[in-house]
Design a protein around this ligand. Structure first.
Ligand code: ADP
Length: 452
């Protein structure tokens, strides 16, 4: 391809170059011969007036030295008779083109024919006629074509040589990339980064491949971590349930103890929550999570969620500050409650040993702002940007506090779908999760809306 393109470009350049050169030569020849014919016409005014045939011959014979290209030259008088003429020794008969004007030129039969009128006192006495051979033009053409041919051969040879030298270098790098891809595909080992020092498209491809492999590796790590967490999180409540049911089963003819049934039920609920979260995530990812939008009182929702936790939490006291009636809102009530429950349960779960969780609500008529704050150990600053990622759990807590790393991801998705914002501020003294919801928005702008 490279060779072909270079040859094509060179051919075009040479053609343009040769055509302009030949045109230039022709134009120069025409101009100079027209000038010469005019000079001859001026010099022959008196020879015609005085019928000095000898002088006319003398003038014309000088053309032999002045313009060797001229084959024939003739002075024609007003009656059309040849008054004087000059014939170059090598010349054969003069063929006069039919359309030759009285004052001008014609290019025909590879010759240039020029005429110029001999005028005195506005009276035409005759004309000068010249026949010029263009043999020099042929020579120029030949030379140019020869030169173009030589340059073309040199160009083809050198581009072929360059292509031959570069080809193995390019193929080697491409083959290396292909083989690494094949290896990664068959072994599942994405940890081998490719090294390429070049600065061309192949090195860009290598860089893209490397960064893609980093992402694949990270998602593989997350998947493996998730499988580990999931099996542990599902196994623990199942073992507990089995233990209590075995216990109840062993109590022959006795009424099962209420507290054992209660414990088994608690663990069933835990399993139910985990499975529900997993289902929500899968719905979100396939775009099937629907919002059942309705108008409801946010104050009541907060009150109910907080009351639910106050009833079951024996460790923490939930204090609710701010505006207890932030107003009505159009949203999916169940999903907003899910966000609230998640934030409250995290606040309790991740501040063991503390006694207080703080809720604050406010609104400015445009936006509602809810905060859930705890006094736990907080989240390290470098982990804050990932906290809402799917399956993300902070390094410290994930060891001793159970969880899937899905709650905050689901909360963010729900709030995003309501065109709201969710964020966290955290120090060593505790974390505060905020979410805000617009109070006025077009119902139809909510994503995946299912009308109630
Ligand atoms: P889960 O609690 O099931 O692990 P989440 O998505 O709710 O999943 O939370 C993700 C991670 O964020 C948790 O594993 C925990 O490390 C951190 N986190 C969430 N809430 C808090 C909080 N209130 N205080 C400290 N860390 C928190």
């Amino acid at each position: 391809m490279q060779v072909f393109t270079s040859v094509l470009v060179l051919l075009i350049v040479f053609t343009v170059f040769i055509i302009t050169d030949i045109r230039g030569y022709k134009q120069r020849k025409i101009d100079s011969m027209l000038g010469l014919a005019q000079v001859l016409a001026a010099n022959n005014v008196s020879t015609l007036q005085f019928m000095d045939n000898e002088a006319a011959h003398q003038i014309l014979s000088e053309l032999h030295d002045v313009a060797p290209d001229i084959l024939h030259a003739a002075i024609i008088d007003s009656t059309g008779r040849t008054f004087a003429k000059y014939v170059k020794d090598t010349a054969v008969g003069m063929a006069i083109p039919k359309d030759l004007p009285n004052n001008g030129y014609v290019l025909e039969y590879g010759r240039l024919y020029v005429t110029s009128l001999i005028v005195a006192d506005k009276k035409v006495l005759g004309k000068v006629m010249l026949e010029v051979e263009l043999s020099e033009l042929e020579k120029i053409k030949r030379e140019k074509f020869e030169l173009a041919g030589i340059l073309l051969v040199i160009a083809i040879a050198s581009s072929f040589l360059i292509a031959l030298l570069i080809q193995p270098y390019i193929s080697k790098r491409l083959l290396m990339l292909v083989n690494t891809m094949k290896d990664a595909g068959s072994t599942g080992d994405y940890s081998k980064p490719l090294v390429d020092e070049g600065k061309d498209e192949i090195s860009t491809l290598v860089r893209v491949y490397n960064s893609l492999m980093v992402q694949v590796k990270e998602s593989q790590r997350r998947k493996e971590e998730f499988i580990g967490i999931a099996s542990h999180e599902l196994k623990t409540p199942l073992t507990t349930i089995k233990g209590y049911i075995d216990l109840i089963d062993s109590m022959e003819d006795q009424q099962p103890k209420k507290q054992f049934v209660q414990k088994a039920l608690e663990n069933v609920q835990k399993l139910e929550r985990l499975i529900k979260d997993l289902l929500d995530v899968s719905k979100m990812q396939s775009g099937q999570l629907e919002l059942n939008v309705q108008e409801f009182d946010m104050g009541t929702l907060l009150e109910e969620s907080i009351a639910g936790f106050r009833m079951v939490s024996g460790t923490h006291k939930i204090t609710w500050n701010g505006d207890h009636s932030p107003g009505m809102i159009r949203a999916d009530r169940q999903r907003i409650e899910q966000v609230m429950v998640n934030l409250l349960s995290n606040a309790i779960k991740y501040s063991p040993g503390e006694k207080e969780v703080l809720v604050n609500s406010s609104s400015d008529g445009e936006e509602m702002l809810i905060m859930v704050q705890d006094h736990g150990p907080g989240i390290p600053a470098e982990e804050l940007p990932n906290i809402f990622d799917r399956f993300y759990r902070t390094k410290d807590t994930s060891i001793h506090i159970s969880g899937f790393g899905l709650g905050l991801y689901i909360c963010k998705d729900i709030i995003d779908r309501h065109h709201g914002k969710i964020w966290v501020e955290s120090t060593k003294e505790g974390s505060a999760f905020y979410f805000s919801l617009p109070m006025k928005y077009d119902k139809s702008s909510l994503t995946n809306v299912k009308p109630v």
